[in-house]
Design a protein around this ligand. Structure first.
Ligand SMILES: *Cc1c(COP(=O)(O)O)cnc(C)c1O
Length: 462
């Protein structure tokens, strides 16, 4: 025990130990993720087609499957230093509470005002837009973390920021909305009548409270119809995983410093950006045959893209204005049951993680929300941090793995991503505390309805 205690509660890197480059795991993948397709021609999306939507440097990053390292520009590193390096925490108190021989570590990304890891990519995307001389960017936000992160990045760089916020969140999370407005963003509830696709969706589904897929359609239209604007996305895309690799690079550097090697690495998976970022450098070692790790993606049982979705080309948005991506998907029309409280509600999954999962490099499990909130409560009470519901999916499975070690007596080292804090999720916590939270697992027929919307073309059968 005394020797073990030499590892501090919190491992911080020095500023000069922070990564100077992002790592692109695609460079080490033998089977590259499938390219985005133009939905009209079904041909891979070219740089020329993409640059109307995303700014040029981000198109290059999106398309680059071979460059292993991208230098992080000085201005982005400067911004990172305001809230990074983020701590790698040894969960001594949780271990003690569980009476497990497992060693549990978490990488905490909630230590900034946006309350999540999303700021890592927001500042990068805003930086490249600014560098290209654009006026502003448009985006969607669901729970609000991404919109907040982007507002912060845009405020810092002096860019205009237009956020389409899923209507039910806009109404349920007025404080999130006000944080964004405080940072100067323009926030519109989606679907709205400010876009053609929004008007079309409102006509077809009057009274709808919106979805992420729908807000994406509106934000893309807003970007492509205004001079000097581009669209940015907070998850799913390969460029976002690239920026988020800073999480894994820091975690690995901190562990290497103390000679710690994780056996299991766990992350929650919505669109896959934090998980992809956390595992990237470790996955790189596994792909190159230098080391072995178990990787576990955790998703909600009410939105089970990996565990029950299909690996096919699908639309990224409800309005079907975006390119097609090959990914594990539940269909772009899939909307989780209204009682689902915990985020991670996107119908698809990163194409990089999808390919790694299809190739057997990664596992996935789905968990029910009451068990997730129970894990969140247990964690909060011993480790102090009030976790975001999304992050709590990873906590739940980390606890499960630690309890398995208790049974077998194995001293495994577990690393999980604690992506953010849950201060804006108190309505969900309230439901849990009142005993009003229920679980809902869609049946096969319900899932079949969503999957029926997957585009049909030769080679893309379900
Ligand atoms: C957005 C978000 C997630 C899920 O997104 P990924 O792209 O899958 O990482 C998880 N946790 C928090 C706190 C988030 O804000």
């Amino acid at each position: 025990m005394s020797e073990e205690k030499k590892i501090p509660y919190k491992i911080y890197l020095e500023e000069n130990e922070m990564p100077a480059s992002w790592y692109n795991v695609r460079a080490d993948m033998k089977n590259k993720p499938a390219p985005l397709l133009n939905p009209g021609t079904l041909k891979p999306l070219t740089f020329e087609e993409m640059r109307g939507i995303f700014c040029d440097e981000l198109c290059r990053q999106e398309l680059d499957d071979t460059t292993a390292y991208f230098e992080i520009p000085e201005e982005i590193r400067k911004f990172y230093k305001m809230y990074r390096p983020s701590p790698l925490v040894r969960a001594y108190c949780l271990e003690e509470k569980l009476q497990t021989p497992a060693k549990i570590y978490y990488k905490f990304e909630g230590n900034n005002t946006s309350g999540s890891h999303k700021l890592n990519s927001a500042i990068a995307q805003a930086y490249y837009a600014k560098k290209q001389g654009l006026k502003g960017v448009t985006t969607e936000t669901g729970a609000g973390q991404w919109g907040t992160a982007l507002s912060m990045a845009c405020a810092y760089l002096g860019l205009d920021c237009q956020v389409y916020m899923v209507k039910c969140s806009y109404e349920q999370k007025p404080f999130r909305r006000e944080v964004m407005r405080t940072y100067g963003a323009n926030v519109t509830p989606s679907p709205s009548n400010t876009t053609e696709v929004g008007r079309r969706i409102l006509e077809e589904f009057p009274g709808t409270t919106g979805s992420l897929g729908c807000a994406i359609s509106e934000a893309v239209e807003a970007a492509t119809t205004q001079e000097g604007y581009r669209y940015v996305l907070g998850s799913v895309l390969t460029q976002v995983l690239l920026h988020q690799s800073v999480i894994g690079l820091e975690a690995k550097a901190a562990m290497d410093k103390y000679g710690i090697k994780p056996d299991v690495i766990i992350g929650c998976a919505g669109g896959g950006s934090n998980l992809g970022g956390l595992i990237s450098p470790f996955m790189g070692e596994k792909l190159r045959g230098e080391a072995d790790y178990r990787f576990i993606a955790v998703e909600p049982a009410s939105c089970p893209s990996f565990t029950r979705g299909k690996y096919v080309y699908d639309f990224c948005d409800t309005g079907k204005v975006c390119p097609l991506a090959k990914m594990y998907t539940l269909g772009s029309g899939f909307i989780p049951a209204p009682n689902h409280a915990g985020g991670l509600r996107y119908h698809g999954m990163s194409s990089v993680l999808s390919q790694l999962y299809a190739d057997g490099y990664m596992e996935a499990v789905s968990v029910e929300q009451t068990s997730v909130f129970k894990a969140a409560e247990e964690f909060a009470r011993v480790e102090g941090i009030l976790p975001a519901p999304e992050s709590s999916h990873a906590i739940k499975v980390a606890i499960d793995e630690a309890l398995k070690c208790k049974e077998t007596g194995e001293e495994k080292t577990i690393l999980f991503g604690l992506t953010g804090t849950g201060y804006f999720d108190m309505v969900a916590y309230e439901r849990y505390n009142n005993g009003e939270m229920t679980d809902y697992i869609p049946n096969d027929e319900e899932l079949a309805k969503g999957l029926a919307g997957v585009p049909k073309f030769p080679g893309n059968e379900i």
